[in-house]
Write a new protein. Structure first.
Length: 141
């Protein structure tokens, strides 16, 4: 599995990337089901399976005054994601500045321009972008 420290560090164009976005703390069975769909779809279109995640966990930045224990360390998470068969892991540094990206900016600047995602998968409750306004419906449009 190839690892990039942020989307801006992608060295060469990824071939037809199919992307799962999320924090994936614990990499539980639900996460693994999403990864299987991503891998299956990437194989079908001759592309790469990609996981796009964040480090540190967004709540550690947005609610820094609260204790927020994680289930897995970054290294453990990376090991389990690799074990699932994902081709590429993008670990985006999550900062207060990054948190200010609107949903449209995140989709256009990160997913479309940097990652050049062909398809994106997120869990049913996942939200992204400033104010957590990004949803599956927004991605479909």
């Amino acid at each position: 599995m190839k690892i990039f420290e942020g989307a801006s560090r992608i060295e060469e164009k990824l071939k037809n990337p199919v992307v799962a976005i999320g924090n994936f703390d614990g990499v539980h069975l639900g996460h693994q089901a999403i990864f299987r769909k991503v891998i299956e779809r990437a194989n079908k279109i001759g592309g790469l399976s990609v996981v796009y995640t964040f480090d540190p966990h967004p709540l550690k930045v947005l609610q820094a005054d609260r204790f927020f224990p994680l289930i897995t360390t970054r290294e453990e998470k990376e090991r389990v994601i690799e074990w699932t068969g994902i081709d590429v892991l993008i670990s985006e540094k999550f900062t207060k500045e990054f948190a200010q990206l609107s949903t449209d900016e995140f989709v256009k600047e990160v997913l479309c321009n940097k990652v050049q995602a062909k398809e994106v998968f997120i869990g049913p409750d996942y939200r992204f972008g400033r104010g957590r306004k990004g949803t599956t419906d927004l991605l479909r449009s």
